[in-house]
Design a protein around this ligand. Structure first.
Ligand code: ADE
Length: 226
């Protein structure tokens, strides 16, 4: 999968894809992330990318021309499955959306800044709008990093153990069960006996019960949705 990201703060995206699982995805050639500095498409000597909003009001708006030039330049080289705009008024990211996007070949993500982007960009270029939650970030970059992380780890072949994404929280609308590692006892706090029993069908049953209980306690809304 190839993901292109358009940003006025590309330095904010310098490190998230250079560590851990996403780095492995990049090293294996399963994921390629390219960040494009919108400023290089800016207008005039000052490489302007934002301007005052029509009708007055506080806050600048990202201008049409630099964004359109950048998107059209990128579209010359490939067709994008989705042109995504990161915005708090988009569809809230969840595991199901991450699953869907992980099957795409080419994604283009536009990070917003200031008061947002000229509405005509949304009308004519954007095919999907994603929010990472009901709060406002200073810009779309950290939100885009979250989207790329959630998608990247789901690309087939990225996780060593192919089943491990399937047992994540939210797959099947359940939170993940508790997990333990060595030592089996610490300060008198014991790992549940069942996990040490070697009885794998029983362990699976226990994990399912625990996942269900945890979901009922913490996120009963997930069970209603399912
Ligand atoms: N940009 C600013 N806030 C955001 C959010 N919550 N989700 C996605 N993009 C954003």
């Amino acid at each position: 999968m190839r993901i292109d990201i358009i940003s006025v703060q590309p330095n904010l995206l310098a490190s998230p894809f250079q560590h851990s699982i996403l780095k492995r995805a990049v090293d294996k050639g399963l994921l390629e992330v390219n960040v494009h500095d919108l400023r290089s498409y800016g207008i005039g000597k000052h490489k302007q990318v934002d301007d005052y909003q029509y009708g007055g009001g506080a806050g600048m708006v990202m201008m049409l021309e630099p964004v359109v030039s950048c998107i059209e330049d990128l579209q010359k080289d490939r067709q994008y499955d989705e042109v995504i705009y990161m915005t708090p008024d988009g569809k809230t990211l969840d595991q199901s959306l991450a699953n869907q996007l992980s099957l795409k070949e080419n994604l283009l993500i536009l990070c917003g800044h200031y008061k947002g982007i000229d509405e005509r960009i949304r009308q004519h270029f954007i095919t999907m709008e994603i929010s990472v939650g009901d709060y406002v970030l200073s810009g779309g970059e950290l939100a885009a990093a979250i989207v790329v992380d959630a998608i990247g780890r789901l690309i087939p072949g990225v996780l060593g153990d192919e089943t491990s994404a399937l047992t994540d929280s939210f797959q099947d609308n359940l939170l993940a069960p508790p997990v333990y590692t060595r030592p089996a006892e610490y300060r008198g706090w014991k790992v549940p006996d069942i996990l040490l029993s070697g009885n794998f069908p029983k362990i699976e049953e226990w994990r399912y019960e625990q996942a269900l209980k945890r979901t009922e306690d913490r996120r009963p809304d997930l069970l209603e949705d399912g």
